[in-house]
Design a protein. Sequence first.
Length: 383
Amino acid sequence: MTCLVCGAPSGAPAYRHDGAMSISSTARPIAIPTVVYVCTVCAHVQTPPLDDIGGYYDTAYNVHLESDDADDLYDVRDGVRVYRAQHQANVALEKLALPTGAAVLDYGCGKGMTLRALLAARPDLAGHVFDVSDVYRPAWDAIVPRERQAAYAAPESWHDRFDAVLSFFALEHVAEPRAFLAAIRRLLRPGGILHLTVPNVRRNVGDFVVVDHVNHFMPSSLRLLFASAGFDDVQIDEESHDAAYVVDARRGPDDAVDADPGADVARYVDEARGFAAFWASASEAVAAFERERAAGRRSAIYGSGFYGVFIASRMADRAPLAYFLDRNPHQQAKTIFDRPVLAPDRLEDDVDVVYVGLNPARAREIAAGVAPLHTRPRDLFYL
Ligand SMILES: [Zn+2]
């Protein structure tokens, strides 16, 4: 195993969970171990690709096909829900300052919900979509004409064409990240901009153990990757999205640029090893709380995404678990481990124990604002 960014030998894993259950990016339990490596040369964090990753994405990874408006909840601001696609479109428009009529491609677009939001704000733009599957065609047809759609491979006529290529949450999945960026670079006109988001494990530690995310970037590995793929003027923004890096980079000259991971590598390596230590103790933290505080008491999990599923997967006995709670109405139609996902105000008085399954960086702050959790004294668990 070698680093997918710099090519250095990977050495021993920084984290390994051999239990039967790992968690995917769609918060599905998968019966394989989790193994994570930290590169000492560029601080890149990586997970070996799942077998048959192509087939997995083509058939098993149909995110949000159930309804037109289904999307991840990004935030709740003043009681108003903000969904991820809208937030991404807002940030892209602000950063790119696109001229009238600019040619824009959403590369790895899924249903194209971000492009849809973008075109709603800027109908003058020439929007295009591409993904490695054609299951999204019906959704694409509502957004752009067929000649601006491509599935499986981008046509040659699209080379050197785009003022901007957008890529939202794709780079973390690819086993050949440099080839992925090179393919995008070919589609940009000289000087065109790639606007890309990818999970930021520094802001959302859960990403470290998401088993189908091959790449978990640190700023040093992200910078090195973009430079070595022929991009310059690389801007890495860790603030505009609360759990992702937002990267804007320009198609640079054709001759290879000297790429360097920068002076901060040792600090990022230490930080990544800290994430490994966090997850090594998290399973035991769930088990200890369950044993010492929750045994036999009716319980619920607040949060039905990655962290909620992680907690449920680590319980020794799920019999007392009554349900999950989630404020995202699109989650409320689901069942996880045969438990329903309910709106938070459905929490019953006889539930004494609530495991808070949210990003630890924001869990306490978010839970404090969820009134139904605090209608009576309860034991709350935090990761
Ligand atoms: Zn490396």
